[in-house]
Design a protein around this ligand. Sequence first.
Ligand code: EPU
Length: 416
Amino acid sequence: MESKIIIKGGKPLIGEVTVSGGKNSAVAIIPAALMSDDVCYIENIPLIEDVFVLKKMMEHLGADVTIEGNTMRVDPKGVSNWIVPDDLAREMRASYYLMGTLLAKFGKAQVVFPGGCNIGSRPMDQHLKGLGSLGAKIDLIGGVYVCSAEKLKGCEIYMDVSSVGATINLMLAAAKAEGVTTIVNAAREPHIVDLANFLSAMGATVKGAGTPTIRVKGAQKLKGCRYSILPDQIETGTWMAAAAATRGDIKINGCIPYHMESASVKLAEMGIEVIEGEDYIRVKALNRPKAVHIQTLPYPGFPTDLQQPFTVILSTAKGTSMVIETIFESRFRHVDELRRMGANIQISGDVAVIMGVEKLSGAEVVASDLRAGAALIVAGVMAEGTTVISNTKYIDRGYENIVDKLKSVGADVSRT
Ligand code: EPU
């Protein structure tokens, strides 16, 4: 039976918490290790469901993968299979990164149309266009992408939208392609830079990651390496939201404050104190936040993944806030659950108008996706009374040890 998270909320969260390695970095870097000719050690791996599913996929392909503490050892020497099992691929979005890596390694890949959070239509046209430009032939047969390439050859690829997934898939394929691949209008998220650094550590040459133009010079052979994943930007933002929502005071250790600018600025606009150190952020919220407007955008804009937790802060802010979601069309599914807890939010298309109420009260709620689950946790610790969250499998996909971390900052939380 699936577990539920039970929270008795209504008191400030106070204390320190340490952020785990980035989920969206890990799910790109782990498949990248398949392209190496030798063993890779990936440190600071978050121990989350998405990583465990990816481990199973890699093992199915023939890799020897072990995890000790937070370090993953990937030995790809036995990899001989390029067909990704459908049931595992359907469990997570990032399974499509195996298209890029397996094409680069074997010139062949078979991956079912990927699963992942149900937050909108999530097309793959930019992945297919880019891989096609590199020389791959891709047919969708019975819901499975059957990919082949005699040779991948570097070229210039213009992306019509700034897509994290397509940028990563193309960087992966380009890492072993002949010559230079230039990705124009590339995504700039921190995990893009993280992957670029990992590919460079394996021997590819990657320039410009973090800017809209990335150049990847492929290498015939990629070597083993030891690499440590950057801290999770979205987990950091979730703790910032938890501190702000509960009028708490949390020092978030091991994060990169520079990655959090858009969130820090919004908290400051709400009248919340944000203190930044070299590798920590302390969010101190003594008063009721002021209403603000937020629009989600690709990095360095405000992340769509933090829209849901930040909506919770605004649900009890003083005044009326507006949140515009420009990235995914179905990312307001947490709002119905927040209404059950007493929030006053109207949705019209991609706009949420949030009339701040004095407080939320606990209720039985259901997580519809990963960050909706994170939002409900923030709502649960803020609300008076007991909140019971079901569908917690989504939360486990992306948050390591969430219950213990919540307890460490004083939350009254348990798991059935
Ligand atoms: N898009 C296209 N065509 C494509 C690809 C994307 O039109 O070929 C559109 C999407 O529909 C969307 C926009 O481009 O409107 C951005 O999508 P993107 O490709 O950047 O998203 P993604 O790669 O599917 C990753 C994260 C998401 C995060 C988004 C945006 C991973 C595994 N997932 O998704 O993370 O919300 O970028 O930053 O990296 C999460 O962690 O909860 C999560 C959903």
